[in-house]
Design a protein around this ligand. Structure first.
Ligand code: ADP
Ligand code: ZN
Length: 620
């Protein structure tokens, strides 16, 4: 990275280095290239367009579906010395006119010395495209240097957050053919990805997919038994620290919030039928650390931008692994240790299946066939989630494998790694399964492969001539359920691949299967027991404290000061400094302004503004 990139990174954001996944994305934008960046929640997407913007001459337009978040983003940027504004329907006519006034000035005077003017404008797709894209057309008079399309998966009707206005965003490229576009999302599946490239009309786009690993999140799944006691025990380890609890129904958000309040924990419910202004208030109080826990349906979702959420609890089953990963990903965006707890109750899956069949999640579909296919995929995805809950293997391995990312070794930071169930050498079982897949040309799903092993000679099997295969019936010694379980374990471990193509699911072999088939390496599997279905209550210990007792005292004082300043300036506390910065201060105890400038998260403007106050707390 060139020195000017790093200089601006420190000056405006206070960081010394980019994360490895940010580097190629930023280079691509600076090379004027259309770019698609796929990064997990908390991966650091914002800097990917904010930093290049500070290096380019002109205005950056950020398109975001989340009007509620624009204010905080603009606030954060301004505190870092980057002038930003937003333009959306939540503003009064006067406020909107003020923004247009500023843009008019740019039109007249050009836009090179940006520190005196605005650098970034956040807007919604509706605002940009309303009245035949009036505002987008108007922007042609302004020196625009970059378009950033956040939450870009909203263009895809396959995705879970389809927004019809997003599919019109192809007009941006039509009207600004030479201006680079960066599209960003945390949704990884291939269908959505190609939809984004096509619908946004990107020209020779470069796609970058970051690792989806969130190493600071500890995963844990517990059978839901005495749920409120489990909840109380768990939350007691997080005194005063922020958390989100996800529930399936509005009613349970209210019940859980009331219970927590009775336990002396400040909690508020959040769901779609809560009045708008109350919802905003709950959101603000949570952002400002005045409410510790939000108990929410998934309505409290996309883009919760609070960096210091220390835990996420799933009170009910999420609908699939994507949702689970995105929801748990709202914990620990600041990189500090955080927990994800899922309370597993198999009964929830019946409710979820009803949702799917009633079309609750189907979105706008065109034909009955498409609709049925969509539902069938949703059921399969739910099956994968249930397997994740019941797995005996490292949770992170199973999650990452779902996103087609392999781990070299188990993570050591999940309940299964801490309390691993007994394993058996499953090499022979795996070889039998793989050879059945191979001999049937990798064209069948789990059920069919298991039937081959069991030697089930039904019509289809006879017609396909598979009763003559040497693998036919070689697995008669085990029950159907056992084989199904072992095949699923191989999928979870990435030893065989599963492909979804509409209604058809097929198993196929990959590089790792070849190693097993040729006798290389052992395949450890968890022995099938009908009972392993419900995960036991994990007894593993909490994540390690990262601060010593003395450092914790300093940290608490710094947190108080941060709250005081945040109240004074009427912004969320993390806009002043993130928890990671406070932890760094408590650990390295800077003695003067020069040392304070070294703290991660301290940029030029914040150094001037806040160093004295914070140093006073640190030194005394
Ligand atoms: P995303 O939008 O991908 O969920 P954010 O852009 O909100 O993630 O970034 C998550 C957190 O990581 C923020 O607190 C941000 O300041 C921090 N962050 C991003 N890039 C870096 C970096 N290079 N060094 C340190 N912290 C970073
Ligand atoms: Zn693990």
């Amino acid at each position: 990275m060139s020195p000017s990139v790093l200089k601006n990174l420190k000056q405006y954001f206070g960081y010394d280095s980019l994360r490895p996944s940010q580097i190629p994305v930023i280079s691509s934008i600076l090379a004027n290239q259309d770019t698609l960046a796929i990064m997990p929640t908390g991966g650091g997407k914002s800097i990917c367009y904010q930093l290049p913007s500070t290096l380019l001459s002109g205005l950056t337009i950020v398109v975001s579906p989340l009007i509620a978040l624009m204010h905080d983003q603009v606030e954060s940027l301004s505190k870092n010395g980057i002038n930003a504004m937003y333009y959306n329907s939540s503003q009064s006519t006067e406020e909107q006119a003020e923004v247009r006034g500023i843009l008019n000035e740019m039109e007249k005077y050009g836009h090179t010395n940006w520190e005196g003017s605005i650098k970034m404008l956040y807007t919604s797709p509706e605002r940009l495209l309303a009245n035949d894209a009036q505002f987008l057309n108007y922007l042609k008079k302004v020196p625009v240097c970059l378009f950033a399309i956040d939450e870009a998966h909203c263009v895809s009707s396959w995705g879970h957050d389809f927004r019809p206005e997003y599919s019109q965003l192809g007009k941006v490229k039509d009207l600004f053919p030479t201006i680079p576009i960066i599209a960003l999302t945390a949704t990884a599946d291939e269908l959505t990805r190609s939809d984004i490239l096509v619908k946004l009309n990107l020209v020779n786009p470069k796609t970058f997919i970051s690792s989806f690993d969130r190493p600071n999140i500890h995963y844990r799944v517990e059978a839901k038994a005495d749920a409120y006691t489990q909840l109380e025990e768990f939350i007691s380890g997080f005194k005063g620290q922020a958390g989100i609890i996800y529930c399936l129904s509005r009613k349970s958000t209210e019940e859980v919030a009331i219970k927590l309040t009775k336990m002396g924990i400040k909690a508020l419910p959040y769901h779609a039928s809560i009045d708008g202004s109350l919802k905003q208030k709950a959101y603000k109080q949570f952002m400002d650390d005045k409410v510790q826990v939000i108990v929410a349906t998934i309505a409290f979702g996309m883009g919760i931008d609070k960096p210091n959420v220390r835990f996420v609890i799933h009170w009910n089953l999420p609908k699939n692994i994507e949702s689970y990963y995105q929801e748990t990903g709202r914990a620990g965006r600041d990189g500090l240790p955080s927990e994800a707890l899922l309370l597993y109750n198999a009964g929830d899956s019946a409710t979820l299946r009803k949702f799917i069949d009633n079309g609750g999640t189907a979105g706008p579909m065109i034909s009955i066939k498409d609709r049925d296919m969509f539902r069938s995929i949703q059921h399969d995805k739910l099956d994968r989630l249930l397997e994740f809950c019941q797995t005996g293997h490292c949770r992170r391995r199973v999650l990452l494998q779902y996103f087609r990312e392999s781990m070299i070794k188990d993570c050591g930071n999940c309940d299964r790694c801490t309390n691993p169930p007994a394993k058996i050498d499953g090499t022979e079982l795996a070889q039998k399964i793989m050879s059945a897949i191979y001999r049937t040309d990798q064209r069948y799903g789990v059920g069919y492969i298991v039937d081959i092993l069991l030697g089930v000679s039904n019509d289809r099997m006879v017609k396909n001539g598979h009763i003559n295969l040497p693998t036919f019936g070689i697995g008669k010694d085990l029950e159907k359920q056992e084989w199904m379980n072992y095949v699923n374990q191989l999928i979870d471990l990435g030893l065989v691949d599963i492909k979804y193509d509409g209604f058809i699911k097929t198993l196929s072999l990959n590089e790792k299967s070849k190693i097993v088939l040729t006798g290389g390496g052992n395949t450890d599997l968890v022995e099938y027991k009908a009972k392993i279905a419900t995960p036991a209550k994990a007894k593993d210990k909490k994540h390690k404290d990262i601060l010593s007792a003395d450092q914790q005292i300093v940290f608490n004082k710094l947190r108080e000061l941060r709250k005081e300043i945040a109240t004074r300036e009427d912004v969320p506390a993390f806009v002043i400094f993130g928890d990671a910065a406070l932890v760094d201060m408590a650990q390295s105890m800077p003695k003067n302004k020069k040392e304070f400038a070294e703290i991660s998260g301290v940029g030029k403007l914040k150094l001037e503004k806040y160093a004295d106050e914070f140093l006073e707390v640190i030194i005394f």
